[in-house]
Design a protein around this ligand. Structure first.
Ligand code: PLP
Length: 221
């Protein structure tokens, strides 16, 4: 497993405006340090306790991305330091993130997760859900969170056309929200899509961030 060579390969596939989140979930801190040593600063985890355990053991200029489903009772573990929460999918979780952000005297950046795959999933919004959140009075009171864009996962399939369609759909949702709710908000600019198997397609469809794990750190067991 040559993490540094893998990282270089993935980075060479990315245009300069696309940020790489190296997904280090289940992997030890030594592997993260190896990637850090060649300049990688953005890492993704999907379990709050794992992220909170790794955080103090690694350099403080790492930007930690929370990419999994976040339960309300876990927000407190990551609120002091998390850089971006990719998968906000309810008003309830936004309210808890806001509450913990206030406690830590900061603003926490979030993305709305959308359900774009054909596969069944308990997680992810549809555009109507997102609009009703954005229009609610409760949302408008949340001063310590900032919605910076959208995130989604395509169907796990070999059908490239389908993956293109799903990522294209996410880009359309981004454009709709930008036009209707975030026109003046320069921070609303992120489209987080693409993983080891499909990030080249995501880039073609306008991803600004890709989340790549196994192609850098090896398969997870
Ligand atoms: C695990 C995970 C990834 C990375 O997956 P790989 O296929 O290993 O690149 C990306 N996004 C999310 C939300 C994940 O849970």
């Amino acid at each position: 497993m040559d993490i540094q060579a893998n990282l270089k390969k993935v980075l060479s596939d990315l245009p300069p405006h696309v940020k790489l989140v190296a997904v280090s979930k289940t992997k030890p801190v030594e592997m993260i340090q190896t990637a850090y040593n060649v300049g990688q600063r953005d890492f993704g985890e999907n379990k709050a306790q794992d992220m909170a355990a790794k955080y103090p053991l690694l350099p403080q200029d790492i930007r930690w991305h929370f990419i999994g489903h976040l339960q309300t009772n876990k927000v407190k573990y990551i609120a002091p330091f998390v850089s971006l929460i990719h998968a906000a999918d309810s008003l309830k979780i936004l309210k808890e993130i806001n509450k913990q952000a206030i406690k830590n005297n900061r603003v926490i950046d979030c993305l709305f997760e959308f359900h774009i795959a054909a596969e069944e999933s308990k997680f992810g919004l549809n555009p109507e859900n997102a609009e009703s959140i954005l229009q609610s009075e409760e949302y408008k009171q949340l001063k310590n969170i900032r919605i910076c864009g959208v995130m989604g996962m395509a169907t796990y399939t070999d059908d490239k056309e389908q993956i293109h369609r799903e990522f294209h759909h996410l880009h359309n949702i981004f454009d709709m929200l930008k036009g209707k709710y975030f026109k003046e908000a320069a921070y609303f600019k992120e489209i987080s899509m693409g993983m080891s198997g499909d990030y080249p397609i995501a880039i073609e469809e306008g991803a600004t961030m890709v989340r790549v794990g196994s192609k850098i750190f090896g398969a997870r067991y």
